[in-house]
Design a protein around this ligand. Structure first.
Ligand SMILES: NC(=O)c1ccc[n+]([C@@H]2O[C@H](COP(=O)([O-])OP(=O)(O)OC[C@H]3O[C@@H](n4cnc5c(N)ncnc54)[C@H](O)[C@@H]3O)[C@@H](O)[C@H]2O)c1
Ligand SMILES: O=C(O)C(=O)C[C@]1(C(=O)O)C=C[C@@H](O)C=C1
Length: 363
């Protein structure tokens, strides 16, 4: 039996557990510091066993996944180093920053266990085991941060196990990871939160702000609902990189101030064009970095029953819809529905079907 121990069975730990559970020869043990959480993991069928004992979870484990907030990782690595781990045990983490945990693992004696840092580039603004999904990592990139001293055999074994996530493995140096992910994930979270809080302030004196908040505001601020503790830890941990990025960002907002003061329409046009060009080259439909699902949009008349019609037509064609959302609906004006699918194949079939029955589909 291959024993996999998961510490912190929340969004990410729970999604990993769902990928591994029930696979041939695998048993998944979930650990929580709280009895009630351990009981919940079992109730939801996410793990085979659950315990509040670190020793019980870790001993005999072939793989240990640390899926707790970044601020707790160092302590977990240290606590594990005090246990009698199975020779060859691979300890990995899923933290959104990589340099500090890699350094922590170097500071302790892990005996015959091996540490390999990891970070699946997929997630959600939701948290907890309730938000866990078997599909979360599908087609996403999954960063591993081995170094020259990491045995190749251990990297291969972890890579083989992670095939169950259906993610694409990439190797990145921890400090390079933190620089890049600071810009494409951490800074956007700060911007979303700052923007929501700016509008929240205005809304306190005029509630029309939230009433009128439509697609643009919702699209750019979805991640502003992310878990406060998880993100406190990420930002504090990556503060050096983020301070640098925020100073750069100030330069970006100052450039807009200048363009507006100078009524520099050409400059604004250029900024939007450059941004659109870069964005259009991003791997749009790949799950992870940009979209966490396969999505398309359809224009719909604003009348009751349209959602039912779309869902029924897709259901009748055996196309699995994972989510349907009205993103724009105004009286007498066509609305827009966002349809989400878990697989590229479902999206492709839906696009064909919706086209056949007269809907205008776009991405
Ligand atoms: N949320 C994302 O989109 C995302 C994506 C990739 C990686 N990550 C990383 O994954 C890790 C887990 O994040 P998540 O989104 O699954 O969060 P989560 O809140 O859904 O899950 C965290 C789990 O850790 C437990 N936990 C919380 N504080 C703890 C503490 N102090 N000690 C022990 N256990 C504690 C919680 O009970 C929960 O089971 C973090 O390190 C985060 O940086 C998050
Ligand atoms: O899609 C989201 O909601 C996410 O926040 C996912 C996201 C990201 O910023 O892309 C967040 C944190 C991670 O560590 C990796 C992925």
């Amino acid at each position: 039996m291959t024993k996999i121990a998961i510490f912190g069975v929340g969004l990410i730990g729970g999604s990993l557990a769902l990928c591994f559970k029930g696979k041939p020869g695998i048993t998944v043990v979930g650990h929580s510091v709280r009895e009630s959480s351990a009981a919940k993991y079992l109730e939801r069928g996410v793990v085979d066993h659950a315990t509040t004992s670190m020793r019980e979870a870790a001993e005999g484990a072939d793989f240990i996944f640390l899926c707790v907030p970044v601020g707790s990782l160092e302590q977990y690595v240290y606590d594990l180093s005090q246990l009698d781990l199975k020779p060859g045990c691979i300890i990995t983490d899923v933290g959104s920053t990589k340099a500090s945990v890699a350094a922590s693992a170097k500071r302790v004696q892990l005996g015959e266990a091996v540490f390999i840092g990891g970070h699946p580039m997929a997630g959600s603004e939701r948290s907890g085991v309730e938000a866990a999904s078997f599909y979360l990592f599908e087609n996403a990139f999954y960063v591993l941060t081995p170094d020259e001293s990491t045995p190749k055999e251990a990297i291969d074994r972890l890579t083989e196990l992670l095939a169950y996530t259906r993610a694409h493995i990439v190797h990145v140096r921890p400090d390079e990871h933190d620089e890049i992910v600071g810009a494409i994930s951490h800074l956007p979270h700060i911007i979303a939160v700052a923007l929501v809080n700016l509008v929240r302030g205005y809304n306190n004196s005029n509630s029309l702000y939230s009433v009128l908040a439509a697609g643009g505001f919702r699209d750019i601020t979805r991640i502003g609902s992310s878990d406060p503790v998880v993100w406190r830890d990420i930002l504090v941990n990556n503060r050096e990189v983020l301070l640098k990025l925020l100073r750069k960002w100030q330069g970006g907002t100052n450039a807009f101030i200048e363009m507006l003061e100078n009524e520099d329409g050409a400059g604004i046009e250029r900024a939007f064009t450059q941004s659109g060009q870069f964005r259009s080259k991003l791997p749009e439909r790949r799950k992870g970095m940009i979209h966490s699902v396969y999505e398309c949009y359809i224009d719909v008349p604003d009348h009751p029953g349209v959602i039912g019609h779309v869902a029924t037509e897709l259901g009748n064609s055996n196309i699995n819809l994972s989510n349907i959302q009205i993103i724009e609906s105004r009286e007498d004006v066509p609305g827009v529905l966002r349809l989400s699918f878990r697989k590229q194949e479902d999206l492709d079939r839906a696009v064909e079907k919706l086209g056949q029955i007269g809907y205008s589909v776009h991405f």
